[in-house]
Ligand binder design. Structure first.
Ligand code: GSH
Length: 217
């Protein structure tokens, strides 16, 4: 059986988990906190979660897991059926991850973990985040699935990353990226009613106490 390693508070773990649920694949969740111990570094050499263990091998990176699931279990599809439409869906997911989540992640120590970040980090993250939000606003309309077709990978990435990175931007930069994304709140509310998303979010909420306790160790 597939085994998904990580923890249910992680937005990247939840990207992989949402896709597994959408594909209706049986899988086991194995809690693995970061920093990973030596035993698990063999499975995830960068020390990151999520990673997926299959009967034939184990691999890391949420996006790689999404692609693996799409290739190994094509139905229900989480990418559209033409090459250009697939490229557009991947473009949206990539913009959210590279130019929104990753810059915002540099603010997480201050936003969520009681630390502080430098003025330079604040400025650099703010510049990339604003460009990312502008790009996303021009690529997606938020009046249905982000790729304009059907629920899929772009939505899975958006649902799991946007609320977190928005929080970080508000807390540390006093900037609300949703102001640049008309319709995003309604879009996310609609997505939350989907069974897979609703389960991931409720598991995430439930896992928060264990996460905070583990961070205190
Ligand atoms: N690019 C990775 C990012 C995963 C990631 O950053 N996961 C965080 C948890 S949300 C993590 O493992 N952090 C521990 C670390 O970076 O050492 C992916 O797409 O899976």
């Amino acid at each position: 059986m597939l085994k998904l390693y990580g923890f249910a508070v992680s937005n990247y773990y939840n990207v992989a988990k949402t896709a597994l649920l959408e594909k209706e694949l049986p899988f086991e969740e194995v809690t693995a906190w970061t920093p990973l111990g030596d035993d698990l570094l063999g499975k995830s050499p960068m020390g990151k979660v999520p990673f997926l263990e299959t009967d034939e091998g184990v691999f890391t990176e949420a996006q790689v897991i999404l692609e693996y699931l799409e290739e190994s279990t094509p139905r229900p599809a989480l990418l559209p059926d033409t090459a250009v439409a697939r490229a557009k869906a991947r473009e949206i997911a990539r913009v959210i991850e590279l130019y929104m989540e990753l810059p915002a992640r540099r603010l997480y120590p201050e936003a969520f973990f009681g630390g502080s970040v430098s003025e330079e980090t604040r400025r650099d993250a703010g510049i990339v985040l604003a460009r990312g939000a502008r790009a996303l606003a021009s690529l997606a309309r938020f009046d249905g699935p982000l790729d304009g077709r059907a629920f899929g990978q772009a939505d899975i990435v958006a649902i799991n990353h946007l609320p977190l990175l928005r929080d970080a931007g508000r807390k540390v930069l006093d900037v609300d990226v949703y102001d640049s994304l008309p319709g995003v709140k309604e879009y996310l509310a609609e997505m939350r009613s989907r069974a897979s998303v609703s389960q991931v979010l409720s598991d995430q909420k439930e896992a928060m106490a264990a996460f905070l306790q583990n961070r205190g160790k």
